[in-house]
Design a protein around this ligand. Structure first.
Ligand code: AMP
Ligand code: SF4
Length: 454
């Protein structure tokens, strides 16, 4: 998500900001801008940002200084145009554009109750729930927003573009990342990751805090909290896989964390071999760390076709397998006759590792040792990452030796939970060491509701 507050080029800045966040989702893209007359115009559609904004002139159709933008990773709700964000809600007396990242865990109950009270839902995702809750409250917009947020459980970042201003919200555990930047030529931005700041000429101010609502009043950044019960539990998978290596989340650099995970992985699981190979792109940093610690060459044994998106996000197993085949290819002259240590950041369903081992064998590798720079994922995520079915998780079904046989590697080892915690403590961090959610590795969820759902 990316938003601009108080800059006349809001639409194009949002476009560039979203462009550097494209790795976070590929199913849909959209930008809503409020013009000087308070009208909200939106352009959105299914697919990548460049599929939707096929011509830069389209941004001219979005005049105004306040904008919110979104790219969609579908973890909940149906696919299709209706769920592409920002969602627009026009009531007789109020207008909203709303964008959202995360997953509300009590959607079913809330929706049932709201429908009973007469609310009509247009889409099936979670974005709309908040608008319906706000509509049923009394008081100023901020009071209604606060009261509504208290009813939500789970992980949520919201941007709301409303007649009264722009609001950025982070849930009380800070599960998904969100930061604030200041534009050099006036105004502010909000972004899911700091990697989106530089491209628009914004400098990092700080992260939005758990439970915080940030809004702009009279050109000043204002802040309030919607709850007293707050803690830091940012998603560990953001560091492991999701975020771009040049992003700092809670002031901790993602590349630095991954490299440190590779160093810890080497210390814990090293095996004699000729070279280290990282699975591009997300495991390159961990492979750097591993190779450096092992004193082995860090080779490019696999290359990635840049024009294939993130395969995991594809909705069916057949599409995912085809995606991995299209995405990765071995370099036979590098691996032929060699004992290789392959570093990947995670195993979820096992599709990628199995296919990589097969490709490297076909390319002539003598031994293939798979090393994973995070612990086994054994529990589902209810917070917006598409690993919500426990039965899909390979490590839920099989122990490490059975997984090794399944992916057909010569050996397989994971970084321990303790090793991950050490990597967090030792990676480059400008701020205090904030707490993380590690629920998919440990089963200890940071919100209560999930204890019920497990
Ligand atoms: P799998 O092939 O199902 O075992 O998924 C693991 C691969 O997908 C690894 O190479 C990861 O880099 C990547 N990955 C891990 N978690 C996610 C996620 N939540 N969304 C998309 N890709 C992921
Ligand atoms: Fe992230 Fe895992 Fe927690 Fe989900 S359960 S928020 S993927 S760490």
């Amino acid at each position: 998500m990316f938003a601009v507050i108080g800059n006349p080029n809001a639409a194009s800045l949002t476009y560039y900001g979203l462009h550097s966040l494209q790795h976070r989702g590929q199913e849909g893209s959209g930008i809503s801008v409020m013009n000087d007359d308070g009208e909200i115009n939106t352009i959105k559609g299914e697919g990548l940002l460049t599929d939707v904004f096929t011509n830069p002139a389209m941004l001219v159709d979005l005049p105004g200084a306040y904008s919110i933008g979104h790219i969609r990773y579908p973890s909940n709700g149906e696919k299709g145009y209706d769920n592409v964000q920002p969602l627009l809600m026009k009531m007789s007396d109020e207008k909203f554009a709303i964008a959202y990242n995360g997953n509300i865990t009590n959607t079913a109950e809330l929706r049932r109750e709201l429908e009973r009270q007469g609310s009509v839902f247009h889409a099936s995702g979670d974005a709309e729930i908040l608008v319906h809750l706000i509509r049923r409250k009394e008081g100023s917009f901020l009071e209604r927003l606060k009261a509504s947020l208290l009813e939500l459980e789970g992980a949520f970042n919201y941007f709301i573009l409303h007649d009264s201003g722009v609001y950025a919200v982070r849930d009380s555990k800070g599960i998904r990342p969100l930061c604030i930047g200041k534009l050099s030529d006036g105004g502010y931005v909000f972004a899911s990751e700091t990697c989106a700041l530089g491209i628009v000429g914004a400098t990092y101010i700080r992260d939005v805090l758990p439970g915080e609502i940030v809004y702009i009043e009279d050109g000043r950044v204002m802040s309030t909290f919607f709850t007293e019960e707050r803690m830091h539990a940012i998603c560990l998978m953001e560091y492991v896989y999701f975020a771009r290596p040049d992003s700092d989340l809670e002031e901790r650099n993602v590349h630095s964390f991954r490299k440190q995970s590779g160093i810890e992985l080497c210390k814990e699981t090293h095996v004699d071999a000729d070279m280290v190979i990282g699975v591009p792109d997300s495991s390159i940093s961990a492979a750097n760390g591993y190779a450096e610690a092992a004193g082995l060459p860090n080779e490019m044994g696999l290359i990635k076709n840049r024009y294939v998106g993130r395969t995991f996000i594809r909705p069916t197993q057949a599409l995912r397998e085809q995606g991995v085949r299209m995405k990765l290819a071995p370099i036979p002259s590098v691996v032929k006759g060699k004992r290789v240590i392959v570093i990947d950041d995670s195993i979820v369903r096992g599709t990628t590792s199995r296919r990589i081992v097969q490709m490297l064998r076909e390319a002539g590798a003598k031994e293939i040792h798979m090393r994973v720079s995070s612990p086994p994922i054994m529990y589902p995520c209810f917070y917006g990452v598409d690993t919500s079915r426990r039965e899909d998780l390979l490590a839920h079904q099989l122990d490490t030796e059975e997984m090794r046989r399944h992916i057909k590697a010569d050996s397989l080892a994971f970084l321990s939970r303790e090793g991950t915690v050490r990597a967090l403590q030792r990676s480059e961090s400008l701020g205090p060491n904030c707490g993380v959610c590690m629920a998919c590795f440990t089963g200890e969820y940071p919100t209560d509701i999930l204890k019920r759902e497990q």
